[in-house]
Design a binder for this molecule. Structure first.
Ligand code: ARG
Length: 455
């Protein structure tokens, strides 16, 4: 027996029923469904639609269903179309005909939207904690690796030396924005659909403000049609996963390169590396490659839901049942991915010497040009002169360190003995002492702000 069999002569075709059933996906909403139903029973009683005694029977009966679900003793039946059907069926088995009063003035349309939002409000808290924990790992790395200088790249060519801590923290800020987005979308999801019924609003005098408060929502929805079809919060969540996934992927891509023999900047811990079945020497960064791979999945899931939504006329359409598959997959993947990335980062070893040795002397060219600028040479001419020095070094098989003062002076008369003082990695880094720059003092200041943000 389905919830809607009254007007039908024949039951649903067996394959059609497989397509129709969403129980495998939405059974994880059991706790939210039961919470929502208990609040609905209280609202019905407050409105005088059911008696306090009936409310009591419903609330207690639902508590027993919850217990069965939690202890996994609940017996699902073939005919349980979705979690809402299963809960109500079992409730009626347990408490008798009073169970049939629960769905008064309610539809699965406002029910599912309420359950899904309740779930979202909880899930965003867990994921926020997971991102925060990853940020803490980045902060710890930044504290630990403060003395490590490595090449900074633009166009993937060596550009200027930077502190490794500065690089770690660059990823911290991207995740900080991700957490802001997550919390903002949770705020927007905190709107109660219940009371909207199928599409037009319930006929019973339910106080939806009290109901919203009872369930922990900020406000009740203002429009019943919008309330039962609005899945913006789900799409926003999928954008959040896609954006966070892309951030993790970019971090992963760099670390994959930095762990190659050619770079050797970092070495992954065994716990987060895998071997090859053929090549005995291999130690592969599979976790980071999967991080990169999952970003594609997240983008796909966002596209999946937006494509579902784009053709839907106002109010509930069954297409909406697809919303949860995408969101649950994204959430489940994220809850594994975030701690794994955190594990990779907190256990890897940094090879300080390799980082430093990889820096080509020519990355100090900007510093040398700035040196001339301080001597009064216009920046354009300084740029030209240092460019010539880089070329001369290349042609002579020398470097900016080993060209002689005479070489430099043949290029520009403003070069003096003190130019060699400008050619130091530490000096180069520390000269970038602007707020937000890579100088040690600036990075320490940045680190303190980051730590404050985590409090
Ligand atoms: N299982 C459905 C879903 O997830 C519940 C809503 C069903 N509503 C309906 N009018 N058939 O969307």
């Amino acid at each position: 027996m389905t919830l809607w069999s009254g007007r039908f002569r024949a039951g649903l075709d067996s394959l059609a029923s497989v397509l129709n059933n969403s129980l495998p996906v939405d059974k994880r909403l059991f706790a939210e469904d039961i919470r929502g139903s208990q609040a609905w029973a209280r609202a019905l009683a407050a409105a005088g639609v059911i008696t306090p005694a009936e409310m009591d029977i419903l609330v207690k009966g639902l508590e027993s269903v919850l217990e069965e679900m939690k202890t996994e003793t609940f017996q699902f039946l073939e005919a349980d179309e979705d979690i809402h059907t299963a809960v109500e069926r079992r409730l009626t088995e347990l408490v008798g005909p009073t169970g049939g009063k629960l769905h008064t003035g309610r539809s699965r349309n406002d029910q599912v939207a309420t359950d899904f939002r309740l779930w979202m409000l909880e899930e965003t808290k867990h994921l926020d904690a997971a991102v925060k924990s990853l940020q803490q790992a980045l902060v710890k790395r930044a504290e630990k690796d403060m003395d490590v200088i490595l090449p900074g790249y633009t166009h993937f060519q060596q550009a200027q030396p930077i502190l490794l801590s500065h690089w770690w923290l660059s990823h911290f800020w991207a995740l900080q924005r991700d957490r802001e987005r997550l919390n903002q979308l949770a705020q927007r999801a905190s709107v109660l659909p219940l009371g909207s019924a199928a599409l037009a609003g319930t006929t019973f005098p339910i106080d939806r403000f009290i109901l919203a408060n009872d369930l922990g929502f900020s406000i009740p929805s203002q429009n019943s049609l919008d309330a039962i079809s609005d899945r913006d919060f789900a799409a926003e969540f999928l954008f959040w996963s896609a954006m966070t996934g892309v951030h993790l992927s970019r971090l992963a891509e760099a670390l994959i390169l930095y762990s190659t023999i050619e770079y050797g900047f970092v070495t992954m811990a065994d716990e987060f590396s895998t071997g090859s079945s053929l090549m005995p020497q291999k130690k592969n960064p599979d976790m980071l490659e999967l991080t990169r791979g999952k970003a594609g999945t997240f983008v796909g899931l966002l596209t999946n839901l937006l494509t579902t939504l784009k053709g839907l006329p106002s109010a509930y359409d069954k297409d909406l049942q697809e919303d949860k598959t995408a969101v649950f997959e994204a959430a489940d993947t994220m809850s594994v991915l975030l701690p794994v990335v955190e594990g990779v980062i907190s256990t890897l070893t940094v090879n300080t010497e390799r980082c430093r040795k990889a820096i080509h002397p020519a990355v100090l060219a900007t510093d040398l040009a700035d040196y001339l600028v301080i001597k009064g040479v216009p920046f354009r001419s300084a740029h030209e002169a240092v460019g010539k020095a880089v070329r001369m070094a290349e042609e002579k098989g020398e470097s900016l360190y080993t060209l002689t003062l005479a070489d430099y002076q043949s290029i520009h008369p403003s070069f003096g003995e003190d130019l060699f003082g400008a050619l130091s990695l530490e000096a180069s880094v520390n000269r970038r002492n602007v707020y937000g720059g890579t100088a040690r003092d600036a990075v320490v200041e940045q680190l303190n702000i980051a730590i404050k943000m985590l409090e």
